[in-house]
Each structure stands twice: as C-alpha cells, then as structure tokens.
Design a binder for this molecule. Structure first.
Ligand code: DHB
Length: 388
C-alpha cells in the first residue's frame, strides 16, 4: 500500500512537472552583461524585467520564464549559449544580442531549431537575412545614417570625414551616409575606421583634423561615445570649427549626461530619445528610472522592451502555440506604439519600421538630452529598400 501510494505520488509529480513545462514558455535572453558592451546588457535586461513587471508573466495561459545568460559579447560564447538554451532548456524563443557578430553567430541555430531569434540591439542590415527566424526590434544603422546625410547637406555641410567602428554596423553607417551625401552633391574627403575592441581615437582624430572638413560624421557603438567625446576634446577638435554629426549611438542617453557641455549643439539622428515627447514615453522613463536607481533608459532599452511586447503579442495571436514558424508568422506586420513612437514589423523583411528623429543635444532642466526637432516617419531599412 505504502509503496503503491508512493508510486502514485511520484507519477503525479512527474505528470505535473511535465504539465508545468508545457505551460511555461521559456525565453533565452543572451546579452553582454560584462565587458565593453555591458551597458547594452544592463539596459535591455532592465527593460525586459520592467515589461514583465508591468504586463505580468502570464500570456495566453502560459507562464513566461526569462533565462538570462551573459555572452560577454564574444560571438562563440553567444552561439554556445544559444545551443544550450535550445537543447537543454528547451527555450521557445532566443532574444537579446548586443553585437552584430553575436546575432549572426546565432542565426544558423535559429534556422536549424526553428526558434525565433528576436534581435533587440544589433543593427547591421544583413542580420535579418541570415535566418528566416530573425525578427528585429532595434534599428539598422542605415535608418539613421541616411537622414543624417540628408540633413547635413541641406544645412550647408559640403565636405565630410567619416569615422566609424570597424565592424558590421560601422561599415553600414559609413556606406549609407556616404552614398546619400554624395548623391545629394557632397564630398567625402576621407573614410576612417577604428577597431571595435579597445579603440584609440587619437590617430584618426588627428587625420580628421588635418583634413579640415566642414563636419566629422561618427558612429561608435553604445557605450563607447563618452570615450570618443573625451578624446575629441583632448585633441582640440571641439575648438577646430569642425562640426560633429553622428548617429544617436554616440550621444547615447546612457552616457550623455557625463559627456559635459562640449556636446551641447551636436546634431545627430536616431530612433529613440529619453526626451521623446509622448505620454507613453514619459511613463516609460519614470517607471524605468524608478526600478533602476535613477538610470535613464537609452535606445537599447526600448529594443528590449519592444522585443518583449513583440513576443507577448505573437503568443496571444498563436493562442500560446510556441511553434517557431507560427510565432514568426504572428510577428510579421505587428504594429504598436513604442516609447520611441509608432513602430511595426515589416512583414516582408521581418525588420523594424520606425520614425527617425533629427535631434540636437541641449540642456533640459539642467540635464543633457537629445532634443528631437524633425521627424522622418516610418523609415524602412534603406539597405533592403535599395535591393528591391
Ligand atoms: C551595434 C551595437 C551597438 O552598440 C550599436 O549602438 C549599434 C549597433 C551592433 O553590433 O550591431
């Protein structure tokens, strides 16, 4: 009797744990939580936690479980973690990806396992083409670089030196800015690149100064802007008459306040400002700061927040079905209001369509912000648009 009762109890425990497993949707969140890209990991992790805290962890009758892994932004580590999350943890969705090489390294796993890969940070145009399971909630560099080039030429800038981090998004920024600027009639005097890891900007800044352009166009990834600005000032470029123009990755909300007044007046183009004027964004910034000791959310954070929204809404559409193909199909064409403004997922490319804002760094209530003054609505990735 005792033995039979024990057996029954054990069977029940087995059945119920299987039921729990089925009723739980696991999301493998791979982010750089340490190392050079740690601010990206911190911002996205905080945004994902905020989204779950605000919307609950039950969607379409399923319990959401986020498993966070630190890839230290090393692509081989990202790939191994993705494999383990799929095989051992049986995650239904992979998400995060602080750097392009990490997103690209994971794409073959997403394809083989038929698991959606929600790219919340990386911005190289080709990532969405690396697997039919990639869906992006961040941005592409061409999205911000083309409007920046257009604004620059229209506003009297005729000669530019470009300076970018030497990897996927930097090369996209350089190429898309230069093509647009030249097509409008401008001249690119020089195209300079700096290494992604441990960059020393001094030699390229010297070259830029010597070339005497009207403006220096810059892309460095999130987290590297403050160091760039410091060296820009140390080399005296702030007093050289050469204007600084950039993608908003440089005047990153995560670091902007620490850059000092030398960045006041810097014109840049991007998808999100903590200063974006909407009721939804004000509530987002307040809630984010409250949950994170006053940390200001940056553009990476909204990639994470919207990535969670994408996953929640897709699960609602599939009625909790976690089949990867069904989830990706449900994600295509979704549209909603983000703290950054209206966004949607292009059903053809699985890439994000969003407003790009031209902004000027300014003091607001004693703090530095990217203040939006012009909007280019519903921008598709220009690189993909050009291929059509
Ligand atoms: C990428 C990373 C960044 O931090 C950024 O600001 C833009 C692009 C990337 O690796 O794609």
């Amino acid at each position: 009797m005792v033995r039979r009762a024990l057996f029954a109890a054990a069977t029940l425990a087995l059945i119920s744990s299987a039921a729990v497993a089925q009723d739980t949707v696991k999301i493998g969140l791979i982010l750089p939580m340490t190392g050079q890209q740690a601010s990206t990991g911190k911002q996205i992790d905080a945004a994902v936690k905020l989204y779950v805290a605000q919307h609950g962890n039950l969607v379409a009758g399923k319990k959401i479980e986020v498993i966070l892994k630190d890839d230290t932004s090393v692509p081989d580590v990202t790939k191994r973690l993705a494999q383990e999350l799929v095989v051992n943890d049986k995650v239904a969705i992979l998400a995060g990806f602080g750097l392009t090489p990490s997103a690209l390294a994971t794409a073959p796993i997403a394809t083989q396992a038929k698991v959606p890969e929600v790219v919340m940070a990386a911005g190289t145009s080709t990532i969405t083409e690396a697997s039919p399971f990639v869906v992006r909630t961040s941005f592409t560099l061409a999205q911000s670089s083309v409007p920046m080039a257009e604004w620059a030429f229209k506003n009297g800038i005729k000669k530019v030196v470009t300076m970018v981090s030497d990897f996927g998004p930097g090369i996209d920024a350089e190429k898309s800015f230069s093509e647009k600027f030249k097509a409008d009639g401008g001249t690119i005097i020089e195209s300079l690149r700096v290494p992604l890891r441990s960059p020393d900007f001094a030699p390229v800044l010297q070259k830029a100064a010597d070339a005497k352009p009207d403006a220096l166009f810059v892309f460095v990834p999130s987290g590297a802007g403050a160091q760039f600005v410091k060296q820009f000032v140390e080399r005296g470029l702030d007093k050289s008459g050469i204007k600084l123009i950039a993608t908003g990755d440089v005047t990153d909300d995560d670091q902007l306040n620490g850059m000092g007044d030398v960045v006041v007046g810097v014109i840049n183009a991007h998808n999100y400002s903590a200063n974006h004027d909407s009721a939804l964004n004000k509530a987002y910034v307040d809630a984010f700061k409250k949950a994170n000791n006053g940390l200001r959310p940056n553009f990476m954070s909204v990639g994470g927040y919207d990535g969670m929204h994408l996953i929640y809404e897709a699960l609602k559409k599939t009625n909790g079905n976690t089949d990867g193909e069904k989830l990706v199909a449900a994600m295509k064409g979704l549209a909603w209001e983000s703290p950054r403004g209206p966004i949607s997922i292009d059903p053809e490319t699985r890439d994000i369509i969003q407003n790009i804002y031209i902004r000027k760094v300014d003091k607001v209530g004693g703090e530095l912000y990217n203040v939006e003054f012009a909007t280019i609505p519903n921008v598709r990735d220009p690189v993909k648009a050009a291929k059509k």
